[in-house]
Design a protein around this ligand. Structure first.
Ligand code: ADP
Ligand code: RBF
Ligand code: MG
Length: 379
């Protein structure tokens, strides 16, 4: 999957997809379709999302009309869907790390093109809600400006041409399978950031598959490195979550020797979209016991291949008893790494202990230490 260093082409510019890569369009589309399909007595099945990711608007509409057997034509569907979608466009949020990435590249003078299967007019409307984005792109190109949308390479070839670059000098960043195919067919280097979980196996033609934009290492592709990592940690906007400690799979202490006090993910569905799965750290408060350093995983635990996402903080303190059902408060202040799979339980455990050391040390840095006294932890 990853190319060896000797074969690796260095990039001097970036061609980036919009929906699912920089913004969470699927969230809003899903909300609209859920209500819209009700009208026809149908139920929106999140799994359909897989089929429409990366398609042109016409293809996506055709798929929905056919799959749900709607008694309307594609044109009628579009004429009803688009006004609903336009009215909600301001609610489409940027994805984790999107702002950081484009501001970093812009700041270093890296030429950037926005290359999307959506129409030019739609792209312009969507990015108008994100301050400063339009100015970051010297080229914007939609599928209505070339003869064929992705997976055809046309969009990326045209974007490169307008940047006066050879596609081979371009790094494409894409969330969808058709987008990755388009980038490779154009001759570009492609980093995939799948927008749907557990789909890595579908992206074998990409040069690299990363979990979120937070994991992009621009220097791997000849672009300027991010400078915001501090001692192997990436500061994030502090994220406060809390609730009663719930039962997990009973594996933490038993199988790994690492107890994790699980929190319910139910109340945090929306915020979890804004925070990719991965290993994070911060401070944990238990009203009657105090405030402790904490390192945690959020996600599906690839080694165990869970079907449900879990939130699992390991409090860095020896407790003499369990504290199930007690109110646990967390302030998550930094990111360490994506979740990974491991060849053995020992190597998973060793990695978690490495995470613990990174977190323990980082939390003494003033910029992270100051949150220890936050009233949210114990109130
Ligand atoms: P579960 O799968 O139910 O989460 P674990 O084996 O992971 O079970 O154990 C977690 C429980 O252990 C927590 O809910 C908490 O009550 C207790 N516990 C004891 N020490 C710690 C610690 N240092 N960090 C987190 N939880 C701890
Ligand atoms: N599980 C994984 O499958 N992959 C990981 O990379 C991973 N990293 C973790 C990092 C930390 C700091 C912690 C506390 C847990 C991590 N786990 C990971 C989760 C571990 O599998 C989980 O806590 C146990 O399965 C208990 O439910
Ligand atoms: Mg646990």
């Amino acid at each position: 999957m990853s190319v060896s260093n000797s074969l690796k082409k260095l990039s001097s510019c970036v061609l980036i997809d919009l929906d699912g890569t920089l913004i969470n369009t699927d969230g809003v589309v899903g909300d609209i379709l859920r209500k819209y399909l009700c009208k026809y007595g149908k139920q929106w099945d999140g799994r359909e999302a897989l089929k429409i990711v990366g398609k042109t608007p016409l293809e996506a509409a055709t798929t929905i009309v056919e799959d749900y057997g709607l008694p309307c034509g594609v044109d009628e569907f579009n004429s009803e869907f688009y006004p609903l979608f336009s009215a909600q466009m301001d609610k489409i949020k940027s994805l984790p790390g999107a702002n950081r990435l484009i501001r970093h590249l812009k700041g270093h003078g890296v030429p950037m093109a926005l290359a999307s299967n959506s129409s030019r007019a739609n792209i312009e409307s969507k990015i108008s809600f994100h301050e400063g984005w339009k100015e970051c792109f010297s080229v914007i190109i939609g599928s209505d400006e070339v003869s064929k949308g992705k997976p055809s390479p046309d969009i990326f070839i045209e974007a490169a041409r307008k940047l006066n670059k050879d596609p081979g000098e371009c790094l494409v960043i894409e969330d969808s399978v058709p987008g990755v195919s388009a980038g490779k067919a154009a001759g570009a280097t492609v980093v995939a950031v799948p927008s749907l979980p557990k789909q890595t196996h579908l992206y074998t033609s990409a040069d690299e598959v990363i979990n979120s934009l937070l994991d992009l290492k621009p220097e791997k592709w000849g672009l300027p490195p991010f400078q915001d990592w501090i001692e192997n940690t990436l500061p994030i906007d502090p994220w406060r979550i809390g609730g009663p400690v719930i039962k997990g799979f009973g594996r933490g202490s038993k199988v790994l020797g690492i107890p994790t006090a699980n929190l319910s993910t139910k109340d945090y569905a929306e915020e979890l979209v804004e925070h990719p799965s991965g290993v994070y750290f911060g401070w944990a408060g238990l009203a009657t016991r105090g405030v402790f350093k904490m390192v945690m995983s959020i996600g599906w635990n690839p080694y165990f291949n869970n079907t449900e996402k879990t939130i699992e903080p390991w409090l860095l303190h020896d407790f003499t008893e369990d504290f199930y059902e007690e109110e646990l408060r967390l302030i998550i202040v930094g990111y360490i790494r994506p979740e990974a799979n491991f060849p053995s339980l020992e190597s998973l455990v060793a990695k978690i202990h490495e995470d613990r050391e990174v977190a323990e040390k980082a939390l003494d840095l003033p910029s992270y230490a100051k949150f220890k006294d936050d009233p949210y932890l114990t109130k």
